[in-house]
Design a protein around this ligand. Structure first.
Ligand code: 3PG
Ligand code: MG
Length: 427
């Protein structure tokens, strides 16, 4: 944790402590899975223990229309469900703040916050939870409005803590505000960065597994990972695009842009391509809407190469579970010293089996460090292998990052300090 000020070192007694979390787990006004809130509870309790007065905040969803800069303030993206959850879970009383937007460009007037802070200081409530940070005009602003908002917000607090590991984008509440207050990393941020070091200095051999729905967003992290890892496994559209580019396959749904991105990655990483472990069996389906008898089959890569290239072969919707019984695959997975997994292997609404088989195989390697990142990856693990997932929570070999984009951004830049909000804490 070189040079990053930690909240454990901060004097919080009687201080108003502004804390940014990544509690971005509300969908249509309801909490989908409280994991990201639960991960921040030690931070909240520590602030209470040290006599601090917390103002909490998070973004929820993407309420800003980037084309018009208007912000859609709706109950769907409200923090209310988070406040209810915290009040219930920790038996707390949260103060509401009545902040309203004067127009469709978001909230600018923070003055009602003064009254809420008075209530907090008078002990009439335990904490304040600000409205969704993305409802404020300055939050995602690219101009002076970001600093105007950050400075105004900072004026209500004495200390700033960033515990929002998953919120890697530099916005007013994650980045600019650190200029105006003594700033520290929270306990979760500290834990995540410590675990990131296990990806940067891995127990070798490192097996990295990355999947995704767009290749172009993953070129950077993949090019970095393929250097550090001994084995790289691809899944999802990324694997489709790689197969299409390498073997000139005509795979339904894989466009020119994905193939071009795959080709660019292969050109950039040409000295390391032998590290890619090709999963030999895939699910070829004629439909992406339904899974029915006769509409899909399991094919070996060698069969795909023989297929008629003049017409689309169908969608590749999963790495078939058979891949994870293949001798070469089993050998690499069982000899791994660590795993980094940011990957749902298939189109899991229809074909979750590839991911299930892979997570199970990884679990069988008891000695390896197992680092999982990405909301969908963790959600699928939890949904489809609830037993293994529950045991993994108390297994020190496992770590589940609360952010996916944050981990990949760090990997691409070579360190956690590649994330702008982390840099802001150091300055
Ligand atoms: C997430 O859920 O991925 C994080 O909260 C970041 O959200 P964002 O991609 O909208 O910035
Ligand atoms: Mg995301």
């Amino acid at each position: 944790m070189k040079n990053i000020p930690l909240m454990l070192e901060a004097d919080l007694n009687a201080k108003v402590v502004l804390i940014r979390f990544d509690h971005n787990i509300v969908k249509k006004g309801k909490i989908k899975d409280p994991m990201r809130i639960d991960a921040t509870i030690p931070t909240i309790l520590h602030v209470f223990k040290k006599g601090g007065l917390p103002i909490l905040m998070t973004h929820v969803g993407r309420p800003k229309d980037k084309a018009t800069n208007t912000i859609n303030i709706s109950d769907n993206d409200s923090v209310q469900a988070i406040v209810n959850y915290l009040n219930q879970k920790l038996q707390l009383k949260g103060c509401a703040v009545d902040l309203k937007a004067a127009d469709e460009y978001g909230i600018t007037d923070l003055s009602p916050l003064a009254k809420a802070v008075d209530c907090l200081k008078a002990g009439k409530c335990d904490y304040i939870y600000l409205p969704n940070t993305r409802w404020f005009k300055g939050e995602e602003a690219k101009d002076e409005n970001a600093d105007i908002f950050a400075k105004d917000l900072a004026s209500y607090a004495d200390v700033y803590i960033n515990d929002a590991f998953g919120s890697w984008q530099p916005h007013a509440s994650t980045f600019n505000v650190a200029k105006y207050l003594p700033a520290y990393a929270g306990l979760l941020m500290e834990k995540e960065i410590t675990n990131l070091d296990k990806v940067f200095s891995p127990q070798q051999p490192l097996v990295a597994v990355v999947a995704g729905s767009k290749f172009d967003t993953k070129i950077g992290p993949l090019s970095a990972l393929i250097k550090d890892a001994e084995t790289l496994v691809l899944g999802g559209v990324i694997y489709n695009a790689y197969l299409a580019a390498k073997y000139n396959l005509n795979i339904t749904g894989i466009g020119e842009d994905d193939i071009a991105a795959a080709q660019k990655f292969m050109d950039d990483s040409k000295d390391h391509l032998s590290k890619i472990l090709e999963l030999p069996y895939v699910v070829v389906s004629q439909s992406i809407k339904e899974r029915k008898e006769g509409s899909w089959e399991i094919k070996h890569i060698s069969e795909l190469k023989e297929m008629d290239k003049s017409k689309p072969m169908g969608f590749i919707l999963d790495a078939a579970p058979e891949s994870f019984c293949d001798e070469a695959v089993v050998k690499r997975f069982s000899e791994a010293g660590s795993f980094f997994v940011n990957a749902v292997m298939g189109y899991s609404a229809l074909f979750p089996e590839g991911s299930m088989a892979m997570y199970s195989l990884i679990d069988q390697n008891k000695n390896a460090a197992k680092l999982f990142g990405g909301g969908d990856t963790i959600q699928d693990f939890k949904t489809y292998l609830p037993g293994i997932f529950a045991l993994a929570q108390n297994d020190e070999k496992y770590y589940f990052f609360t952010g996916g984009g944050a981990v990949l951004t760090s990997i691409e830049s070579g360190s956690a300090q590649g994330m702008k909000p982390v840099q802001a804490l150091i300055k």
